[in-house]
Design a protein around this ligand. Structure first.
Ligand code: GRF
Length: 197
């Protein structure tokens, strides 16, 4: 099977990235994850990727200042140099410009810790608790210029417990994220192959 070459973009601990790398270690998995990029050199996920023998590169966004395009040009240069054909955002905390999103339209997905379209943006667990939500969860979706707005690929639901705080709820959701993302990435990549002319 010709597997699509994929990259995972992270900013932090990389638990979702690690779950994806674990799944992609199976030669029958439809994505061959060859590269991890973090915008933060201190991201713990970089070491996790390297311990699995996967190239992990930090492209620090800070030297680029407000010039998002220049930061994304550096991302794009590395992605192109490695022949990457699909991107999975996994705890990647930079807003991407419409230009970059357009370049990767239909080839880039993200995982968000809420049941979209509810609670787009940040602090989703605290907001779900504040809203009195009885159910919460996570969503894998296609990335479009609208933040957390693309078509939904898959979702996982968790109950909100009466004694939950943002930390306990986040932990319950993260466990679901880690199991949902590998299946969702496989489905997204297979949908591409199916749609190929
Ligand atoms: C997760 O809640 C993810 O949904 C969000 O960042 C958190 C940490 O993800 N985007 P990870 O452990 O770095 O994959």
């Amino acid at each position: 099977m010709n597997r699509v070459l994929a990259a995972v973009l992270i900013s932090g601990g990389g638990s979702n990235m690690d779950a994806l790398l674990g799944a992609a270690a199976d030669p029958d998995y439809p994505a061959d994850i060859r590269l991890v990029i973090s915008n933060r050199p201190e991201a713990g996920g970089l070491a996790k990727a390297r311990s699995r023998g996967i190239e992990a590169v930090a492209i620090d966004h800070r030297p680029f200042g407000a010039n998002r395009e220049a930061f994304e040009a550096a991302l794009q240069e590395l992605l192109a140099a490695r022949g990457i054909g699909f991107i999975a955002l996994a705890g990647f905390m930079r807003i991407l410009t419409p230009g970059f999103v357009g370049l990767w339209r239909g080839r880039m997905i993200n995982i968000h810790p809420s049941l979209l379209p509810r609670f787009k943006g940040l602090d989703t667990h605290a907001r779900a608790l504040a809203a009195g939500a009885k159910e919460h969860g996570c969503t894998v979706h296609w990335v479009t210029p609208e933040l957390d707005g693309g078509a939904i690929i898959a979702q996982a639901r968790v109950p909100v417990m009466p004694d939950d705080d943002a930390r306990t709820l986040a932990a319950r959701v993260l466990a679901e994220e880690n199991s949902l993302y590998p299946m969702a990435l496989a489905g997204a990549v297979r949908s591409l192959a199916a749609a190929a002319p």
